[in-house]
Design a binder for this molecule. Structure first.
Ligand SMILES: NC(=O)c1ccc[n+]([C@@H]2O[C@H](COP(=O)([O-])OP(=O)(O)OC[C@H]3O[C@@H](n4cnc5c(N)ncnc54)[C@H](OP(=O)(O)O)[C@@H]3O)[C@@H](O)[C@H]2O)c1
Length: 337
């Protein structure tokens, strides 16, 4: 553990990855009371150093014994890793906040987006952070659900390469360079080349024809919103952007809804910035949402199919922040509040 000041002992596991890197930055940016910090990754990163806001820190190969000495453990590794170590990491009293899908649907493990259900963090030892697309979506849906009662939600996503990790982001860069240089594009992390392409396939296909990513949006939204019966359908699509996921969302509501009433509700909602001035060409986009904590919501208009009970909206959020690292740090803030 590296001494920082007075506060909690924090371990970040997966610290060299796309999410782990942002976790360290976000802890610092939000002035989380870090007393000591230790970074872990795989054996591949042993003794690697990282430039962080806390100075240059050495990465340690993961060790269960060393990591579980922390008070708060932020896990940003795979689901298999979380299943293997998640519970064991809590055995000395640490609170583990896991970014993988390993525990999200377990009935006894809270799945938290602090703007919606942060109170569930109190007393929990193992807490799940939602799927990135879901976290961004529910920040906008929850206030609309409270005000108008959601009946149906239909989502199409436009997901950035970094949603698949640091190596996938590097692959987009390399494929794009290859394509522009007239070289064979190649592909490794995605099922098809991602440069200059759009791929309606994220994670594995399920028996019902949806992908697992799409079903995560369904199941996790229902759990976080506390609405197990809510009708949700999603089409998840990978696009060649580096960062920030966009989502086109159609809702049907129980109560009548107007775009103006929805804007009023969303302007008051924590974690949301309304960006909706079509005349000035202002709407949510990855370029403006990248690096932002809030989810941008715009293009709010009456839906032509559902009429007075329906809206269309477009949203965009930084999936490495609200979809991952920021949400995890916000959960840690709820834990110590
Ligand atoms: N990317 C996103 O937008 C996003 C959003 C929400 C949730 N998530 C979830 O967050 C988790 C991390 O995703 P990511 O995108 O950050 O992946 P990533 O960029 O591929 O990083 C993976 C991290 O895990 C470490 N790791 C791998 N095997 C390990 C082991 N045996 N022991 C210790 N550390 C190990 C890697 O260390 P090395 O560098 O040493 O290999 C690296 O630090 C995943 O479960 C992912 O589904 C990702």
């Amino acid at each position: 553990m590296v001494e920082i000041g007075v506060g909690k002992r924090v371990a970040v596991v997966g610290a060299t990855g796309a999410v782990g890197t942002e976790m360290v930055t976000t802890l610092h940016a939000r002035k989380f009371p870090v007393g000591q910090i230790e970074l872990f990754a795989s054996e591949r990163s042993a003794a690697r150093t990282l430039e962080t806001p806390y100075g240059v820190l050495t990465v340690n190969p993961f060790s269960l014994e060393a990591a579980r000495e922390a008070d708060i453990i932020l896990l940003a590794v795979s689901g298999d890793f979380a299943k293997q170590y998640g519970h064991a990491l809590t055995e000395r009293g640490a609170v583990v906040i896991d970014n993988s899908s390993a525990f999200r649907l377990d009935a006894d493990i809270p799945l938290i987006v602090p703007e919606i259900n942060g109170h569930l963090a109190k007393g929990a030892r193992l807490i799940a952070n939602p799927n990135c697309t879901t976290a961004i979506l529910v920040v906008a849906l929850a206030p609309l659900d409270r005000a108008f009662g959601l009946k149906k939600v239909i989502v199409s996503t436009y997901q950035a390469a970094s949603g698949a990790g640091a190596a996938a982001m590097a692959e987009l860069r390399q494929e794009t360079a290859n394509a522009l240089a007239g070289r064979p594009v190649g592909h490794k992390h995605f099922v098809h080349p991602i440069a200059f392409n759009v791929i309606p396939h994220i994670d594995s296909f399920q028996d019902n024809g949806y992908t697992r990513e799409e079903m995560k949006v369904v199941w996790e939204s229902q759990k976080i919103l506390g609405r197990p019966e809510l009708a949700v359908s999603c089409t998840a699509v990978r696009i060649p952007t580096f960062r920030a996921h966009a989502e086109s969302v159609t809702i049907e509501t129980h109560a009548e809804i107007t775009p103006a009433a929805a804007v009023t509700v969303l302007m008051d909602a924590a974690g949301v910035t309304v960006v909706d001035d079509p005349a000035a060409a202002a709407y949510p986009m990855p370029l403006t949402a990248t690096g932002e904590y809030n989810v941008e919501v715009g293009r709010i208009r009456r839906n032509l199919v559902f009429g007075a009970h329906g809206l269309d909206l477009f949203l965009c959020g930084d999936q490495l922040l609200k979809g991952a690292a920021l949400n995890a740090v916000q959960i840690a803030e709820c834990v110590i509040a």
